[in-house]
Design a protein around this ligand. Structure first.
Ligand code: WTA
Length: 629
């Protein structure tokens, strides 16, 4: 680990309309945080009481560093809270899921319909011999059946491992093997940019020599439908049609596993992050309600894929636990044209919109005329996740999409944390570039490598100091790796991110700790330089890497995507260098700038600097199973 370093902070502040707070679930962040600090367990207990349990807990938290158990002794089923609770009450006929296909096709499932589908598939899985504790791999496009499959597993206590439908056979194989999945639920095809993605063929390839997989359940969408092998392959629609309609929820212990989700490490094999039933339910429920301030009338759209933690927590479990109407869409944001997203916002009257900075920057590149063609007045709250939301992007999002009306919640969290950890709660003053403060329920700080808090303006490591309900419980079959999160910096959960605090306690996330470049003895965060480049009018997107240099240790090389209509030339290169110098100082000026059309990214949109670096240095890029293209 490196030492701490100085960061220049922008002092800009946006004060939201005070009326936003009036009707908010958390009208006063400071008071809510104080309430939490006075009685942390009582705080989470109160949230848990808003949900239904089959048996109450003995203790809210049992903490034996680094192992936490939440709501010990309690029994529940998360699907009971996501489905039955609503079907029994007033939300029975409320749309739970509104699905849009790439070509504008639409399907709506009410809570009752969703519940009926889940129970049938749950019984279907049982009829195939799937039992509580078995692992089921879900490899599907973003269709309602993907969510039905997840909930059907949870209904019977099977542990789902969702693998994003954009992964290739190698990545899928590795994840099936590691989890020893007994069944795979897939679809014959997915659709993307008008093209067909042969998911079933990829599953065939990935399961050629897997010992554990007994059954493959296939959602057949193509015409004519894919041929199935009768000994091991099952048609999903038939399985559901032949199953009994009622499936009582399996009674789960709060600490029983709910799912495994693989996340890429900075090196080596992906890690199977394990989440459990009780704490995860409470954490995602609370944050969906309070961070997004979700109300019964809201139309909530999280543009992530369900295959990522963002989809698990904020398409499926959190929003459904609150009884929300959730929008999902199969396909890419700029197909059939760059107005596709805004058309959906207009058509469906989306009120809360949650996306990633990389998508926003793509929209910036296409220009304001696309969103300007649509009526976005239904929007009330905007969210961001996945990467630092640099000030330039924040301002565009705020002005062009939110019309300077909608608060932006830039939510910092991870697959491991399961739920939002840091954000600026709605109604609080917003600082562009800063995610914000720890949400009520979370204790976060920026520290040096020994765990001592660093002063404002000094960069350090982002850590979480107390357990939280939705935290990972272990890394599947690799508990040593789990312990490493907690013993890298004494007494803290180390997120692996670098961050800096302002005088008033706002946290700016600078990027991964491994995304540091040391130039002539100075630590420079890739995110900072990228943010400076993107703040130039000509630049749409940028990635920077360190390149070994005999004199300086490293120099900075930048890869830049220009906005439509801009052309690379020497004048521009000099101009960009001047721009970075002005923003960050001479030390951060890229020694080389290359203009490119694309950047290597993970499918969740994170730039893979490692790949750029390997290319640059003519080295092997290592594990690139998470690379998009
Ligand atoms: C980064 C996604 C800055 C961070 C939910 C973290 C962010 C990693 C933000 C986790 C944000 C996520 N600002 N950086 N608002 N949100 N990150 O597991 O580096 O896919 O450690 O979870 O994304 O990525 P993951």
């Amino acid at each position: 680990m490196t030492e701490t370093f100085d960061v220049k902070l922008d002092e800009k502040l946006y004060i939201p309309d005070p009326r936003i707070k009036e009707s908010a679930w958390t009208p006063d962040y400071t008071a809510a945080y104080r309430e939490f600090l006075q009685d942390p367990e009582g705080f989470w207990e109160k949230a848990a009481r808003e949900l239904e349990w089959f048996r109450p807990w003995e203790h809210v938290l049992e903490w034996e560093y680094p192992y936490a158990r939440w709501f010990t002794g309690a029994r529940l089923n998360i699907t009971y809270n996501c489905l039955d609770r609503h079907v029994r009450g007033e939300r029975r006929d409320k749309p739970a899921i509104i699905w849009r296909g790439e070509a504008g096709e639409e399907r709506i499932l009410t809570y009752e319909q969703l519940s009926a589908g889940v129970m049938r598939l749950a019984n279907g899985l049982k009829s195939l011999g799937i039992e509580k504790g078995d692992r089921v791999c879900i490899y599907m496009p973003l269709v309602p059946e993907q969510i039905i499959a997840m909930l059907a597993c949870a209904r019977i206590g099977a542990v789902h491992s969702v693998v994003f439908g954009g992964f290739g056979a190698g990545a899928l194989h590795m994840r099936i093997q590691d989890a020893e999945a007994r069944a795979v639920i897939t679809a014959d095809v997915g659709y993307r940019r008008g093209k067909t993605i042969p998911l079933k063929a990829i599953v065939d390839e990935a399961t050629k020599d897997t010992q554990s997989v007994e059954r493959i359940v296939v959602l057949r969408r193509a015409d004519p439908p894919a041929e199935l092998r009768p000994d091991r392959e099952v048609d999903l629609a038939e399985l559901m049609a032949n199953a009994a309609p009622e499936c009582p929820p399996e009674v789960m212990d709060a600490e029983d596993p709910l799912f495994i989700l693989y996340t890429s490490g900075s090196t080596g094999a992906p890690k199977g992050i394990v989440h459990t039933c009780g704490g995860y339910m409470v954490g995602t429920y609370y944050t969906t309600r309070h961070v997004f301030d979700i109300k019964d009338e809201d139309i909530f759209w999280c543009t992530a894929d369900t295959g990522w933690i963002t989809g698990h927590s904020y398409i499926v479990y959190g929003p459904l636990a609150t009884g929300a109407t959730v929008v999902i869409r199969e396909g890419t944001p700029d197909y059939p044209d760059p107005g596709a997203f805004w058309k959906i916002v207009q058509d469906l009257g989306v009120t809360i919109f949650y996306t990633a900075p990389t998508a926003i920057r793509m929209f910036m590149k296409y220009g304001e005329e696309w969103p300007d063609r649509y009526d976005l007045s239904s929007l009330r709250i905007l969210g961001s996740v996945g990467e630092p939301l640099n000030p330039e992007t924040f301002e565009w999002y705020y002005r062009v999409i939110g019309k300077e009306r909608c608060p932006i919640v830039d939510t910092w969290w991870q697959t491991e944390t399961g739920m939002h950890m840091i954000t600026t709660m709605i109604g609080e003053p917003m600082r562009p570039g800063f995610a914000g403060k720890p949400i009520p329920g979370v204790v976060a700080d920026v520290v040096d490598k020994d765990g001592n808090p660093v002063p404002p303006g000094t960069g350090g490591f982002l850590v979480i100091k107390e357990p939280w309900p939705a935290m990972l419980r272990t890394v599947y079959k690799n508990d040593e790796r789990y312990c490493r999160y907690w013993n890298t910096i004494p007494g803290c959960y180390t997120a692996g991110d670098l961050a800096v605090k302002s005088e008033d306690g706002y946290i700016m996330v600078l990027g991964r700790a491994d995304d540091l470049i040391v130039v002539a003895g100075h630590n420079i965060g890739t995110a900072e330089v990228e943010s400076a480049l993107v703040s130039h009018d000509a630049v749409a997107e940028a990635a920077v890497i360190g390149k070994p240099d005999p004199l300086k240790g490293n120099i900075i090389k930048a890869f830049v995507i220009l906005r439509v209509g801009e052309n690379p030339n020497d004048g521009l290169t000099a101009e960009l260098a001047r721009h970075v110098r002005k923003n960050l100082g001479p030390i951060a000026v890229p020694a080389e700038i290359a203009y490119v059309d694309r950047l290597p990214k993970t499918r969740s949109g994170k730039i893979m600097r490692r790949v750029l670096k390997a290319q640059e240095l003519g080295m092997d890029p290592g594990d690139i199973s998470t690379l998009e293209e």
